[in-house]
Write a protein that binds this ligand. Structure first.
Ligand code: KG4
Ligand code: ZN
Length: 358
């Protein structure tokens, strides 16, 4: 380790983005991104309307090594300047995870530097500490293509799950609706774009679980309702599509906002000694403007500040992996070269370190 800073190389390969980044951690808590490269495989999956795991793994194999060279070049560093290597070890598509983690193990062994296997969700969860002036504890709404979770983040490795989805993730709800309406892929941004010209009140889609007292979500019924409604008014004109998209998005906004409100109330009731100043949204769906606007108002009503990382760091990237890995490295964690990949790895199961060997 240099005097007051370390450089960490991060690798992300859990889904359809091959990403490499180098983050410098200073004074144990500040981070700066020296390079951050994301290769999106979107075009390779486009013909199938969704991510094909086998194609994803092959694409990671093809692109990862050149991207590592590029990330080092861009940061004007060589492997000799890297103090640790962090790779996503789960959760995600197992083939892609194996490509990234095995590459990281090879580099760690060859360069004689420590390895950290990072939980992808922890990457999303800790991003606001890198991008915004946020301090623990905070409430996190993690909304992505694979996850919909409300989490109380008390510190590094201290995550209390307040709620989760019982079926589809919210990003999946966007993607499946967009696919059904033939709006394009990936579905979230496509549906958001179309919704801008529509009426959010024309269709009254269900808000599943809104009356239940817990902080859980359910989105599969919403998608079914959309399909039923759309079929009942076929053939769909441009205005119909915009109204369906807008009303559908509004139902999602409501579900996320009401359950976030419940989560805040629960934290205030159960963890009254904690001074929670921030409500954070992270993950790809947090790029959605209607969702951001609604959560901003919610946070203000609760005398909290709403924080969402820049969109580039909300969607999958390796800077969040380098950052989370760097924080763990500084906390003393060193993983052995036989750590496994995990398709399933809930954030609430994490501890400070040693958590990989439960
Ligand atoms: O975090 P992310 O890049 O990857 C995962 O870990 O899943 O999130 C991708 C998800 C996709 O479902 C995509 O449709 C959704 O985020 N998404 C959006 C928007 N941008 C991305 N959903 C709604 N509105 C958006 N603007
Ligand atoms: Zn993600």
């Amino acid at each position: 380790m240099k005097s007051n800073h370390i450089n960490v190389l991060g690798i992300e390969s859990s889904c359809d983005e091959t990403a490499v980044s180098i983050v410098m951690l200073k004074n144990k808590k500040e981070g700066s991104i020296l390079s951050n490269i994301v290769f999106s495989q979107i075009n390779e999956h486009l013909p199938y309307g969704g991510v094909v795991p086998e194609i994803a793994s092959r694409s990671h194999v093809e692109h990862l090594s050149p991207l590592i060279d590029k990330a080092l070049d861009k940061a004007a560093l060589t492997l000799k300047d890297i103090d640790g290597i962090a790779a996503t070890a789960g959760p995600g598509l197992i083939g892609g995870l194996i490509v990234g983690l095995t590459t990281a193990k090879g580099i760690a062994l060859g360069a004689g530097i420590p390895l950290i296997g990072v939980n992808h969700l922890e990457g999303h969860a800790l991003t606001p500490l890198l991008t915004n002036k946020v301090t623990y504890p905070y409430i996190l709404l993690l909304i992505s293509g694979g996850h919909t979770q409300l989490i109380l983040v008390k510190g590094l490795g201290e995550y209390i799950q307040l709620g989760t989805t019982l079926d589809d993730a919210v990003g999946e709800a966007f993607d499946k609706a967009a696919k059904f309406l033939d709006l394009g892929y990936p579905g979230g941004p496509a549906l958001e774009k179309v919704s801008k010209k529509g009426s959010k009140n024309r269709f009254n889609f269900p808000r599943p679980l809104l009356k239940s007292k817990d902080c859980n979500f359910s989105f599969s019924g919403l998608k079914t309702a959309l399909i039923r409604e759309a079929k009942s008014i076929e053939p769909l004109g441009r205005e119909d599509l915009a109204d369906l998209a807008s009303s559908y998005q509004e139902a999602i906004v409501d579900c996320l906002t009401v359950k976030s409100d419940m989560a805040i109330a629960r934290v205030k009731a159960e963890y009254g000694d904690l001074d929670i100043k921030y409500f954070v949204a992270s993950g790809g769906v947090a790029s959605n403007k209607a969702i951001r606007d609604s959560l901003t108002t919610l946070a203000e009503n609760n005398k909290m500040e709403f924080i969402a990382p820049p969109i580039k760091l909300c969607t999958d990237n390796a800077a969040m992996i380098a950052w989370a890995g760097g924080l763990r490295l500084l906390s003393g964690q060193r993983d052995s070269l036989d750590i496994p990949t995990k398709a399933r790895w809930p954030l609430a199961e994490m501890k400070l370190y040693g958590d990989r060997h439960e």
